[in-house]
Design a protein around this ligand. Structure first.
Ligand SMILES: Cc1ncc(COP(=O)(O)O)c(C=O)c1O
Length: 380
């Protein structure tokens, strides 16, 4: 087993070379790894500002939006969630939050801490909320915002949102969406669907190290921000303050010291993705998850999510008779150098989550994981 030991630490830092196919970070495209090592620029260097502007343009293409307020937050996906609610909730606002798993529940927590009066609508953990029911609930009160998670990483389930988003557009309700796991791996259309604010994370289907959260706010959302009675109770995540630094052109002013290499990596990763083409990338994710399931289901690894709600980038499976998920995960890491994840919350030890996403979504990785799992069946 490759682990870090004291001797290695005292020499040069080295880490095991894992195949990262869990729910967290994936492996990096060599072009992205190279971008991380480019010479540092200052966060106030006009040459860096050009890279920022270009990164924001690439983000707009991936979010499929024209939103001016589109940027890379220098913090992880949860920062995207905090930013969205901190700016778009005023104390006492009514919020409708739809959830079917761990990250949807976190939305309830984060929105409540901003002073929202939250109404929850809960879907099954192996499925999603029926959109008609979501809309019925929307009509039961005067909601300032409605929010949900597009791709629930905790269970590998997908929530369709288009009807709910359209219904919010017809009402005075902002529609807010978590696209941490979906962006770059499946269709996300911020403008066409009428998503008022949306955030993602760098480490999922975008295949960038963790530490960044792409975020976009539309005009309806920015109007709400401008008309707030009080400023958001955060300076760092105040979207208007952030935009003073991220606004296009050479009029930028200091807000924070950008995570320079992460911006380089984001720029390169988005170029890699757009060169492949979004539709081709989505199709690759579907192909890899199909390939994996076709091979491991006959071995007894059963998909956790109902067929119509399965995510292509996170395949959650229960174990065959005689195996438990915790041991399988450990053996995959120790014997095969493969990183996977257990579930989150109550179902934690019932499921194994295999994330063929971003650069890691390659048929050869599906085949390697299959081979590793096949050696454990019947030989437990
Ligand atoms: C759907 C979803 N939302 C939010 C987050 C939080 O992102 P982070 O762990 O990068 O803060 C995650 C992380 O896995 C996620 O899967």
């Amino acid at each position: 087993m490759e682990t870090l030991n004291k001797a290695t630490m005292e020499e040069m830092l080295s880490t095991p070379n894992r195949l990262l196919v869990g729910a967290g970070p994936g492996n990096l495209d060599p072009r992205v790894a190279r971008a991380l090592t480019l010479p540092l620029l200052s966060h106030l260097d006009p040459s860096f500002w050009e890279i920022m502007d270009s990164t924001a343009d690439l983000l707009r293409q991936v979010f499929r939006t024209e939103n001016d307020a589109t940027l890379l937050l220098p913090a992880t996906g949860m920062a995207g969630m905090e930013t969205m609610f901190a700016n778009l909730i005023e104390p006492g606002d009514k919020a409708l939050i739809g959830h079917s798993g761990h990250f949807g529940s976190l939305m309830v927590e984060v929105a409540s801490r901003q002073g929202a009066e939250v109404t929850e609508i809960q879907g099954p953990e192996d499925g999603a909320i029926d959109e008609e029911e979501f809309i019925e609930k929307l009509d039961s009160d005067d909601f300032a915002v409605a929010a949900t998670v597009h791709a629930e990483t905790a269970t590998g389930t997908f929530q369709s949102v288009q009807k709910v988003a359209a219904a919010c557009q017809e009402r005075d309700t902002l529609f807010l969406m978590d696209a941490v796991t979906s962006l770059g791996g499946m269709d996300v259309r911020v403008d066409d669907w009428g998503v008022d604010a949306c955030y993602s994370g760098t480490q999922k289907c975008l295949s960038i190290p963790s530490g960044g959260s792409p975020i976009t706010f539309g005009e309806r959302a920015m109007r709400k921000v401008r008309n707030r009675k009080q400023k958001p109770c955060t300076y760092y995540f105040d979207i208007q303050e952030l935009m003073r630094y991220w606004s296009g052109g050479m009029e930028k002013s200091y807000h924070h010291t950008a995570a320079i290499p992460l911006v380089y990596a984001t720029h390169e990763a988005l170029r890699v993705l757009l060169e492949e083409g979004l539709e081709n990338a989505f199709e690759r994710h579907i192909r890899c998850s199909k390939l994996l399931l076709e091979e491991i289901e006959p071995l007894g690894f059963k998909p956790f999510a109902q067929p119509e709600y399965r995510l292509p980038m996170i395949t959650a499976v229960t174990m065959p008779e005689g195996l438990n998920a915790k041991d399988v995960r450990t053996r995959l890491r120790e014997e095969w150098n493969i990183e996977t994840d257990l579930g989150l919350g109550e179902i934690a030890e019932k499921i194994l989550r295999i994330g063929l996403k971003g650069y890691s979504a390659q048929p050869r990785n599906a085949a390697y994981v299959t081979l590793a799992l096949s050696t454990m069946v019947g030989a437990a």
